[in-house]
Design a protein around this ligand. Sequence first.
Ligand SMILES: *Cc1c(COP(=O)(O)O)cnc(C)c1O
Length: 405
Amino acid sequence: MTTEITTSTNATDNWRGRFADAMMGSLAPPLLMFERGEGCYVWDVDGRRYLDFLAGIAVNALGHAHPVLVEAVSRQVGTLAHVSNYFASPPQLELAERLRRITGAGDRGRVFFCNSGAESIEAAIKLARLNRGESGRRRRIISLVNSFHGRTMGSLSLTGKAALREDFEPLLPGIEHIETTIEALEKAMDDTVAAIFIEPIKGEAGVIDLPAGFLERARELATEHGALLILDEIQTGVGRSGTWFAFQQTDVVPDALCLAKGIAGGVPIGALVTFGAASDLFRPGQHGSTFGGNPLATAAGNAVLGEIERAGLIENAQSRGEQLREIVTGIDSPLIDEVRGQGVLVGIGLTRPVGHEVATAALELGLIINAPNDHSIRIAPPLIVGDAELAEFRTLFTKALEAVA
Ligand SMILES: *Cc1c(COP(=O)(O)O)cnc(C)c1O
């Protein structure tokens, strides 16, 4: 961070030392401290306003302090917040049925609720372990180089970035990371593979799309060898890609789908949705979570998913995503190399390794975006984004690029 933000003697400064003292050193020092939000905007503790085009990393689907979410959560916490999984609750059942419907899993779909993306991956890894096959030979799990699946030991084992894994080895055995090519896939797949995990767009890698035909070939090979095709739509799901789920833009149907981030608009929740025969793998007692699927989180999920449908936010994500892509493509900057992603998950490949500089310049101008790595910028506004915010984005982002170029 440069001048304005770090050297000020205002309220933003007072919390930094306290944060460093009190918070675990596992996190990089936060950039700012935010106090409140509304729609696509947040305000820091000095009262400065920021246009939020990251949405808590693809979480705040309805933006900040959306009245529908505020009302649903307030009502539910005043009615019944938590009962444990010894008992069911109406919002939980409603959300499970809703997820079966919007994923297309239908009557053969089953839903497991948890509290985060990593936990939905953990559930999926256990599902993969249950897919041993009659001879018990299926013990390998295939994942992709540069993928991101989370920070817990199981999800970290799947994550395809050695730098994140190395300090915590030994990790789970039996997991192999292959290059994202059809050839590598064909070479890796045989009857000893229990599951293959794929992100339809690699968000943390810089919003990288899959090669043409990759997902289709993965489906064919998984079916041929009795392996599960497990899609990690934790970042791409819940409307962000311009359809409910990114896989719905293809003919591919997965065996399981990992979800989290956007489902409840900021209330922690995760879900594993199974399709077809994969729905029969878990037996009672084999997996669980104290908080998972509690009435509070699932009421929030129903409110968010209901509002996405009512307000046509999938269509909005689709059309605003196209507008966003046109805006970025139309900016005449020597730093922009290519534009990637789908819907309102947009990646910008840079010609020089200045991602962090661009994100910092944007923040100083009042625009929140991020650089998943030095060669990429990620843009992920709330699904409610409209004309005014896009126009402001164009101005601020152009200035940020100019400041760095
Ligand atoms: C964020 C993310 C995760 C991990 O989710 P957490 O809620 O942080 O545990 C896993 N996979 C993908 C693709 C993600 O974007």
